[in-house]
Design a protein around this ligand. Structure first.
Ligand code: ADP
Length: 314
């Protein structure tokens, strides 16, 4: 089974011709639905075939009710800390060219506590994989990863969003660290003094990328490269005999409709695959997650459009 610890948001989306300038009032087409990296990844893990629990913090409001209702509809075990804050929200403007401006109201997500995670230690230690992101308090994430590690549970950290606080000690608690290229560049700049442009990451040769990954972690690093695919770097001292130290997996070619949530799809699917066949070689899990994420881009939306596809279907 998989435990995802992280955020739930109610997304409020306005599609408009152009993003509003300061002081402007414009019209847009409104829609609302669930979001938050934690929830998106939990839905992906569950639909990719793993029995999934989602540890989060919710307000006593309609957003909290929505989280409970949607988790139940997907068969996800929701483990929610009750918060006095409103349930997390995101205000999203999307223009005619697909560009967006986003404001996040962390709300209840910012109150997910170490005490609550500790109170659910048995749930975490009974899982195969623990997956976290950076939309929750950094000390809670750190305690969660440490607790899972201690229990022998495989830990995954999706270091997103790029501007979230993090520490090098937090990164090192992840058996698998999964930044996208923007997050990878941000982590390198912040933690090891390597200045590199996000757009240049995919153009580096394998040996250089591998060397950069090694500076961030003594464990596995998986850098997602959008339409380019994925780069994987393993610690050479822990390398299995059936694996190369580093390799790329090319993206699947699909008819892309909306890449929102592709990273969440990838992370949830990778966790689910690792939980279902822990003995399989890592590259098999990455190939599945890469296929799953590609499939997720073929329809609009994030959580609700996660495909139902397990490693056995792939
Ligand atoms: P994020 O959503 O965090 O920005 P990426 O853009 O790196 O994450 O996408 C995550 C993964 O989703 C990629 O590594 C790839 O597997 C898949 N993916 C993203 N964009 C495409 C695309 N245009 N075609 C096929 N697969 C894609």
């Amino acid at each position: 089974s998989v435990v995802v610890a992280g955020s739930f948001n109610v997304d409020h989306v306005w599609r408009c011709d152009a993003l509003p300038a300061p002081g402007a009032t414009i019209a847009g087409r409104y829609s609302t639905g669930p979001g938050g990296k934690g929830f998106n990844q939990a839905v992906a893990a569950q639909r990719a075939g793993a029995q999934t629990s989602f540890v989060c913090a919710l307000g006593a409001d309609a957003g909290g009710d929505l989280a409970r209702q949607l988790a139940a509809a997907d068969g996800i075990a929701l483990v929610a800390e009750a918060s006095d804050e409103p349930t997390g929200t995101a205000g999203i403007y999307v223009d005619g060219r697909g560009r967006n401006s986003i404001v996040i109201g962390a709300g209840a997500n910012a109150s997910l506590s170490t005490d609550f995670v500790t109170a659910n230690a048995a749930l975490i230690s009974g899982a195969k994989v623990l997956l976290a992101q950076l939309e929750s308090p950094v000390e809670t994430i750190e305690a969660t990863l440490a607790q899972a590690r201690e229990a022998g549970v495989l830990t995954m950290l999706n270091a997103a969003p790029a501007n979230a606080p993090s520490t090098i000690s937090l990164l090192k608690l992840a058996d698998v660290l999964t930044p996208n290229e923007t997050e990878f560049a941000a982590l390198l700049g912040r933690h090891v003094g390597e200045r590199i442009e996000a757009d240049d990451v995919a153009t580096l040769d394998g040996a250089s990328l591998h060397a950069l990954c090694r500076k961030l972690s003594g464990n596995t690093v998986v850098v997602t490269l959008g339409a380019v695919g994925v780069f994987v770097s393993h610690d050479e001292d822990k390398l299995r005999s059936d694996s190369q130290p580093y390799y790329r997996v090319a993206a699947e070619s699909v008819q892309v409709v909306d890449t929102t949530g592709a990273g969440d799809a990838f992370n949830g699917a990778l966790a689910a695959s690792l939980a279902q066949a822990p003995e399989a070689s890592f590259i098999k899990h990455v190939r599945f997650a890469n296929q799953y994420a590609a499939r997720s881009t073929e329809s609009e939306g994030a959580a609700l459009s996660m495909p139902k596809m397990t490693p056995a279907d792939a």
